[in-house]
Design a protein around this ligand. Sequence first.
Ligand code: ARG
Ligand code: ZN
Length: 877
Amino acid sequence: AAIYRKDYTPPSHWISTVEMGFDLDPSATRVATRIVFERNHAGSDRTLTLYGDEVELVQLRMNGKALAKRAYQLEQGVLRIPSAPDDVVLEIETLIRPDRNTSLMGLYVSNGNFFTQCEAEGFRKITYFPDRPDVMAKYKVMLRADKRKYPVLLSNGNLIEQGDLGDGRHYALWEDPFKKPSYLFALVAGNLICQEEQIKLQSGRKALLQVWVEEGNLDKTQHAMASLINSIRWDEKRFGLELDLDRFMIVAVGDFNMGAMENKGLNIFNTKYVLANPRIATDVDYANIEAVVGHEYFHNWTGNRVTCRDWFQLSLKEGLTVFRDQEFSADMIGTDSGRAVKRIDDVRVLRQAQFPEDAGPMAHPVRPDSFVEISNFYTVTIYEKGAEVVRMYQTLFGRDGFRKGMDLYFERHDGQAVTCDDFRAAMADANGRDLAQFERWYDQAGTPRVSVTTRYDAGAHTYEMTLVQSGASTAGQEEKRPFLIPVSVGLLDGKGRDMPLSLGDAEEQPTTVVLELKARSQTFLFRNVMEKPVPSILRNFSAPVVLEYDYTDAELAFLMAHDSDAFNRWEAGQRLAMRRLLALTALSQSGDALQVDAALAESFSATLNDGELDPAFRETALNLPAETVVAEQMDVIDPQAIHAARRFLRQSLAKSLRPSLLNAYRDNAVNGPYSPDAASAGKRALRNLSLSYLGELDDEEIHALMQKQYDNANNMTDRMTALAALANSRAAGRAAALARFYSDFEQEPLVIDKWFSLQAMARTTDVAAVRKLMKHPAFSLKNPNRARSLIFSFCNGNPFRFHAIDGSGYEFWAEQVLALDALNPQVAARLARSLDRWRKYAPALREKMHAALKRVADSSRLSKDVKEVITKSLAGA
Ligand code: ARG
Ligand code: ZN
């Protein structure tokens, strides 16, 4: 039963206020809700529609009287009151069981404490309600609970009153001054403690900031608090947006389906994105925490103050907020090369996860036209491609033009539930531009290709650049109409310097221009080009497309050495490496001997030894494309051959660069106490990449290096890298190090997740080994982080073993999808996507994948989450 965007209708009634009373008890929580409705005269009919999901309806009263059974219909979770009056006060009493809620949607218990997750449609697991984002209301919430077990009672907004109830119970009354949709509702109750800080906002107002955690974790909140303060400052400065509340809380919870949730004034976070200290968190963890804290905080304006009219508009808030968190992280690093590395990391995610999604059975536009289960659409397309779409406005209009568009967006829509069209209109109007064509970025799925050809006329000193765009068809969209694609371009002279560019009649001669490709094919003419240039195309990845240009190896090496655009310098190296990887994969498939490549080693060596280059940039440049990225370049994917090719290339690079790698390892040691700042993290990254390359040599000298690093590490980044290197080697100390790591960190769930995941992704770990790890007492399917650390890490992060030719990986996958689905459909549906690309594999593997998909499809009790994913995978088979 799919829902369609075109079927949107406004609600029959609006809500002015909601009052709720919770009597919290794990096995029987009573929820009394009083909703004041008023007729929406723009609504088409008078049927008041409320949704409920696995809640027991105890009482229902309308305008003071119990509602007779015949006055309403209750069918499959939808409660309809036909011909409702204009003014309605509904009083609803429901009974729920948080302790049995393993879906982690609605109200649930984690380690004895209560938490909620309501986005997208979890509020209906608490009470019957018009649970749709365009129905906004002011909430007043009374929480009552056992005082000893649940000393802390939190909800959205301001704490109005708290006190004792006499019978060992106590209460807290919260009021949120802002109207909000039900998906932003939250409550937390339990035994928690907080770090707090008072800060002064731009306007001079004061705000109280709190980070709440379980006892024993107070030594891990500092970084999240600092990140929150930085986020507040950044939004004031970059967008003129101030915190609108007197109190802003972050709460960490160990059982959580996603990363975090932006509930108004009460953000709830997966512990993974809050807790950090040098002992347990890596540099990447520190960076992720900063990004997610920023992301959720930025939602306060982009998502909460202005929200989505319906869930098809999800990217309105997510794409925009990811863009904002990306810009925030880049600004926090501050340096040009740091910003470039951040950009490269973001594009890497896009290529590794979003491009395959766009080419697979779940392909959907940034603004989908239909869905079965909205939870399945919290995707890299909505988030990361959505962020690229927002970034293109900034590329087209500049930072100032983008800011003008944002200002107009808030001027028009503050307090409203709106659409992606409204955002585009604000950008267009603020910049005096017609952006009708730009809508195609929202309504056409698939990754466009841009093929470029060039022609230099030495006599006329002109350089012609012809761009041709095309898009592969996706499910339900055969033909793609042309996009408006900003293509940022520079031209390099023979010395590698940027040429001043003369294009059209413009007087200025910038070194980078943004070409606006609007037609299927367009030619741009550069004048006064005194020598044949090497083009640097799609600088800073100015659009989410696949760029095709017939570079020679020599040109790529030249760009890698000289391009002033750091992104394209990196890109040139990746293209060179990809060529080698594809050639080696072909050799491996035909059984021929794999050949070493001296030219690539030379370029890599130059980058590695270039002390002028930021270590973080060198690390990213020397990192070969992932196996899954190579796979996307093949017509028929052969995971074994790709693995052999990539391993061989790493080994041969390690062999020929051994002395340089050892130098880099030595020279990039970071002394003194640990700090996660970008400069130190960059040095550690390059040093650890060197160790990981050297690890391919698997000899005693290198084993000693790994062991020494493990023993002496004063931070988790170095410790984890050393352990991963040991785990992938034949070192004598391998087993001992794994055992020691476990016993040293047994009390730290987030570190035990790392322990599982590192083993799940090790070259030596096959299905049997994973099954054995599942029997470990620390393993649990119920905790999403733990399930992800072992099962997802294996199925998505160890392609060589997962795609074992006997199909054992796929059987394991089917079993786990089914087992998880019985507990937590959302998490199961994520795992269900591991076989998205099954049609691209060689017949022997493809048939086994098909059988595994069928096995899941044939189960008689699939959630609609998993069913949607599997049905789409199998469609047309
Ligand atoms: N809005 C959240 C964020 O991106 C994601 C929450 C989605 N949760 C879910 N269960 N679907 O920050
Ligand atoms: Zn978000």
